[in-house]
Design a binder for this molecule. Structure first.
Ligand code: HEM
Length: 451
């Protein structure tokens, strides 16, 4: 791969390992330090040299030109080892067609029905909690988003033990893919326990996915969901193969579960540590009443906007240049890998006052700036599930906070585990029933809310 000229190399690179040590030790601090080097900085992921976009305009230039900055190259290859060649990993040449195929499931008219599933799933998850319980928040939220994704996108439910195992396997893959991005490709072929666990997790998830595909092939009903669109799709006279269908199911299962679950977990953590904001969200939840699509522009929406600014799950992604191109004042050769980081941009002190502080109030009367706020990316590859995720997360927060108060167990700040996503794995909070909450097991429309 060609080495880009005249771009400062970030300090701390080692032979062979590149910047794996600072990235594995504290990826977010390392990434936040890069803008000091200029609009572009060079980092090394294992043997690969990567140009990091450190400036909002440069980042936007990369994201908006999806033909020149394509999903190709060694880093995307590692992600394809997990998610295959579905909508989020496919190259530009097949992207428009795939996106057209998937888009109907994300049209506005679907959202009232989705909101009902989200509310029922969140109710079902939280109804069994009890006062004083120490809740494994991220796990609970993973279960919630995995179920909601299965029901809304694939009209299917999986047995509880399969959901549980699939969540573990998804976690193993998301954790593993980041390590694989940082280390030489040869290491991932060694028969060590880490690689064995990764391969086994992928094989088990593929098994689950193959069953979903087989069941739906055997069922001619048009469910009007993503799977029905995919099964009915014809390309050059042929329908999609089982392998192509499996890639999409895996893409949407992983993309729809992990990201929203971690955002919800972070939002609950931030609300637990800011009880006055939590009370406002609970009041909004009670006023919204739990039916239909919830408002996305109230205090709950602002809390999620701020959570996604502070902890954007997709914090780093890459593109590869398909032609020689000028970026940030430097001529870059074809084949250069460029990385962009919503985390880096959203923590710049010149774009956000006191950037590490949780302050949902900063979004009152201020819409997120398109260059400075990128949790869902931008351009043609922008997240297809952005509105789906926001509706799901507002609904889930409302369902939980109508009934429960969340409290931190320790005054110590909780630290993220940074992998392919910024995760809140291991976050535990205490839940306490709100004053007027009915006994466990009673129906809960309006539970916990003043009469
Ligand atoms: C908080 C929740 C979410 C966040 C922060 C998030 C973030 C992102 C980001 C940053 C991208 C663009 C990556 C790139 O440019 O390389 C993306 C793409 C994508 N996301 Fe999401 N996502 C979320 C939820 C979801 C959900 C719920 C689904 C599906 C149900 C989903 C499915 C996808 C897919 C399929 C793509 C690829 C789109 C394309 O290339 O056309 N995401 N997401």
């Amino acid at each position: 791969m060609p080495r880009p000229p005249s771009i400062p190399l970030a300090p701390g690179a080692l032979p062979v390992l590149g910047h794996a040590v600072p990235l594995l030790r504290d990826a977010l601090a390392f990434t936040s330090s890069l803008p000091a080097l200029g609009p572009l900085a060079r980092i090394r992921l294992g043997p690969f040299s990567v140009v990091m976009a450190c400036d909002p305009d440069v980042t936007r230039q990369v994201l908006l030109d999806d033909r020149t900055y394509d999903k190709e190259g060694p880093v995307i290859e590692r992600i394809r080892e997990v998610a295959g060649n579905g909508l989020s990993t496919c190259p530009h040449s097949s992207h428009r067609r795939q996106r057209r195929l998937c888009q109907p499931s994300f049209q506005g008219d679907r959202f009232p029905a989705y909101a009902e599933v989200f509310a029922a799933t969140a109710e079902a998850s939280s109804i069994a909690w009890h006062t004083g319980q120490h809740l494994d928040v991220t796990r609970e939220m993973m279960t919630l988003t995995a179920r909601a994704t299965m029901v809304t996108i694939f009209s299917g439910e999986l047995p509880a033990d399969v959901v549980d195992r699939s969540i573990d396997d998804t976690t193993t893959l998301v954790r593993g893919v980041f390590r694989r991005m940082l280390t030489p490709p040869l290491l991932s072929r060694l028969p060590i326990p880490f690689n064995r666990r990764f391969d086994e997790a992928r094989a088990r998830l593929l098994d689950v996915v193959a069953t979903i595909v087989a069941n739906r092939r055997a069922d001619p009903t048009d469910h009007g969901d993503l799977m029905s669109s995919l099964l009915g799709a014809v390309d050059d006279g042929a329908t999609l193969t089982d392998a192509e269908l499996a890639d999409q199911v895996l893409t949407f299962f992983i993309g729809g579960t992990e990201t929203a679950a971690n955002t919800l977990a972070w939002a609950l953590y931030l609300l637990a540590t800011h009880p006055e904001v939590q009370d406002q969200v609970a009041a909004e939840a009670c006023a919204a009443g739990g039916a239909g699509s919830p408002p996305l522009d109230g205090v709950t929406g602002r809390v999620l906007t701020e959570t996604l600014r502070l902890f954007p799950p997709a914090w780093l992604f890459t593109r590869t240049l398909t032609a020689d191109t000028e970026l940030g004042g430097v001529e870059l050769p074809r084949g250069t890998v460029v990385a962009v980081s919503p985390y880096l941009i959203q923590h710049r002190g010149d774009l956000y006052r006191d950037p590490d502080r949780f302050d949902p109030g900063r979004w009152v009367d201020r819409a997120p700036d398109r260059s400075a706020y990128l949790p869902f990316g931008a351009g043609a590859r922008k997240c297809i599930g952005d509105r789906f995720a926001l509706t799901e997360m507002v609904t889930a927060l409302h369902a939980v906070l109508r009934r429960w108060r969340v409290e931190p167990l320790s005054p110590e700040p909780f630290r993220p585990a940074v992998e392919a996503t910024i995760t809140a794995r291991g976050l535990t909070l205490r839940v306490v029933a709100r004053d007027a909450a009915p006994a466990v097991g009673e129906p809960s429309a309006g539970a916990g809310c003043p009469a």
